[in-house]
Design a protein around this ligand. Structure first.
Ligand code: ADP
Ligand code: MG
Length: 240
């Protein structure tokens, strides 16, 4: 039998280029970047501020499009999809977690988690049931009726993770999710992300400055000057 090294990749990028225009100037951010992330992998992306980490996440999550190159997720070439197809793909295939949670302040924890399901054909009773399962998964069933203002930062981030999971996407992308949290709360978020990969087989793409995240992730890569470099060249040995 011939080996199939690509069979287990969830995310594949080939020759991805992205630049932004600022007035007359063109700012190249990603320059021919290639990358593979395995199914179920906990993948951490580090790198200096402004190196294009968020840009890369947005491209993989189908929130933006590259200038050149191919992006495949779950075997689907998302760079070839129309806007409508891409929107539908995103709703079922990827969950987002942001640094500042982005919860809706007037909604309860449960209602926030239920939000992505409004884009699906599920009836109200099923939406509630799925949202309850997701909240339970992040250990916040007892806070279901609290609004975000009554939750700590760490709890708000766990609600945001439940919201990212509620559609059961294979891929979760998290852009500096512990950046605004204290050490203990950050550790809990990392525990949770690790568990999503280990126990639930989710592929986790984490952008982080936290060297502790690097120790838990299966793979750590550093984005610098438009290209990915091996983290071992730059990380302090203690962080490995
Ligand atoms: P990081 O997340 O690593 O800090 P970003 O991906 O946010 O980096 O940004 C990379 C570079 O691209 C930065 O110089 C940033 O100013 C620029 N950039 C990002 N998004 C845009 C945009 N929509 N328009 C113009 N420039 C942008
Ligand atoms: Mg960023």
């Amino acid at each position: 039998m011939s080996p199939q090294p690509e069979a287990s990749s969830l995310v594949e990028l080939e020759g991805v280029c992205k630049s932004f225009r600022r007035g007359d100037e063109v700012l190249p951010v990603l320059e021919g970047l290639s990358l593979r992330v395995r199914r179920g992998e906990f993948f951490a992306l580090m790198g200096p501020s402004g190196s294009g980490k968020s840009t890369l996440l947005h491209l993989i999550a189908g929130l933006d499009r590259p200038d050149a190159g191919v992006i495949r997720v779950g075997g689907i070439e998302i760079t070839a999809l129309s806007e409508t197809e891409l929107t539908a793909w995103r709703a079922r295939s990827v969950g987002f977690v942001f640094q500042f949670y982005h919860l809706i302040p007037v909604l309860t924890a449960l209602e926030n988690v239920e939000l992505p399901l409004l884009l699906t054909g599920l009836d109200r009773r099923r939406r509630r049931a799925h949202a309850e399962v997701a909240l339970e998964l992040v250990g916040l069933s007892d806070r279901r009726d609290h609004t975000p203002a009554r939750l700590s930062g760490g709890q708000q981030q766990r609600v945001a993770i439940a919201r990212a999971l509620v559609t059961d996407p294979p891929l979760v992308v998290a852009d500096e999710p512990t950046g605004d949290l204290d050490r203990v709360a950050a550790g809990e978020i990392l525990d949770l992300l690790e568990r999503l990969s280990a126990r639930w087989g989710k592929t986790i793409l984490l952008v982080t400055h936290d060297p502790r995240a690097a120790r838990r992730a299966h793979t750590v890569r550093v984005l610098d000057k438009g290209a990915l470099i091996d983290a071992r060249e730059t990380l302090d040995p203690e962080c490995r």
